[in-house]
Design a protein around this ligand. Structure first.
Ligand SMILES: O=P(O)(O)O[C@@H]1C[C@H](O)[C@@H](CO)O1
Ligand SMILES: O=c1cc[nH]c(=O)[nH]1
Length: 310
């Protein structure tokens, strides 16, 4: 049976674990935070937007960019890593999640419990990432309307106690529209809506010919990628199905916004220069900054500036 997304009443984060109630303390081990050691409601109770991405430096740059875009005091250079006691993740009230489903899944379990313990309400969570494009110009930003697995199905399979549990990967349609509307504020690159395929591997799992192992021909690879394109897939990454499933089940409105680093119908290797890749990585950040500003009524959508290139 597929578990489906439910938004809980009152906008609270919905924890689906009866064992947590009975626990006297919850140690969020990978975040180096806990319910006894930290006043989580005081630290995080006002959080409305959570943005996560793969790399600590990228997320630090995004935190500094948002600091400036929101007109907060100081230059943002002093932003401290809230999870400095662990080198697994970093958090600047935006945080990185590492690579792939296991990493994003551990981070989300602890982040969602953190939002629950902090009594946050009406939280929107956005994954800001990179991806391989399918039939789209490199540097395009794809807003995911449906996260699908490597068989193009909107499902996330997790082995639990030896059984396969299937979870739905619905994302919030309204959020997709809102984000797309914000693309007017960042007109210097293409933004589109499409399905995102999530795989367990970057190489064979994404039909690449350039890994240490490869068990298929170029012809078979292209047939697969074209089938994905025909099924509506416009980009490929490694977190979206788990992200959509966990956030949706816990009542968080979630979105996935990824830039494409190349067109996979044209090749496998990412050959763009460091400078070009840095600028590409800023694109989803700029779109999400415009979205947050609009939501907060801080600025009209136009006139969005650029994050630093860290
Ligand atoms: O969040 P990022 O942009 O790091 O995510 C994509 C998917 C994999 O985690 C990684 C592969 O290069 O990039
Ligand atoms: O091709 C790509 C590029 C970035 N991330 C991926 O998962 N795949």
């Amino acid at each position: 049976m597929t578990e489906t997304t439910r938004y809980s009443g009152g906008g609270l984060v919905h924890i689906k674990n009866p064992h947590l109630e009975a626990m006297d303390e919850d140690v969020l081990y990978h975040l180096d935070l806990g319910t006894k050691t930290h006043d989580l409601p005081a630290m995080f109770g006002d959080v409305k937007f959570v943005c996560v991405g793969g790399s600590p430096n990228r997320m630090r740059a995004f935190a500094q960019f948002m600091h400036k875009e929101l007109g907060l005091e100081g230059d943002g250079e002093e932003l401290a890593d809230i999870c400095a006691g662990t080198d697994r993740y970093a958090m600047y009230r935006v945080g990185p999640h590492g690579m792939g489903i296991p990493s994003v899944s551990i981070m989300l379990h602890e982040l969602i419990k953190l939002l629950h313990h902090a009594k946050c309400r009406d939280v929107t969570i956005i994954r800001i990432g990179t991806s391989g494009g399918l039939g789209v110009q490199a540097g395009s930003v794809v807003i995911t309307d449906r996260a699908v697995d490597a068989r193009f199905q909107p499902r996330f399979e997790q082995v639990v106690l030896g059984d396969v549990v299937v979870r739905g990967t619905d994302l919030d349609g309204g959020l997709v529209e809102e984000l797309l509307a914000c693309s007017e504020a960042v007109p210097d690159f293409p933004t589109l809506v499409g399905h995102t395929m999530c795989t367990y591997d970057f190489y064979e799992g994404q039909g690449r010919l350039d890994g240490a192992l490869c068990s298929f021909s170029n012809e078979k690879k292209l047939q697969y990628l074209k089938r994905a394109h025909d099924a509506g897939v416009r980009n490929i990454e490694m977190e979206s199905t788990a992200f959509a499933a966990l956030c949706g089940l816990c009542g968080l409105r979630a979105a996935v916004v990824c830039v494409t680093l190349l067109d996979r119908l044209e090749g496998d290797q990412i050959r763009a220069s460091h400078e070009v890749l840095q600028e590409y990585q800023q694109r989803p950040q700029r779109l999400v900054a415009a979205f947050i500003q609009r939501r907060l009524g801080l600025r009209a959508a136009a006139g969005n500036t650029r994050p630093s290139s860290d």
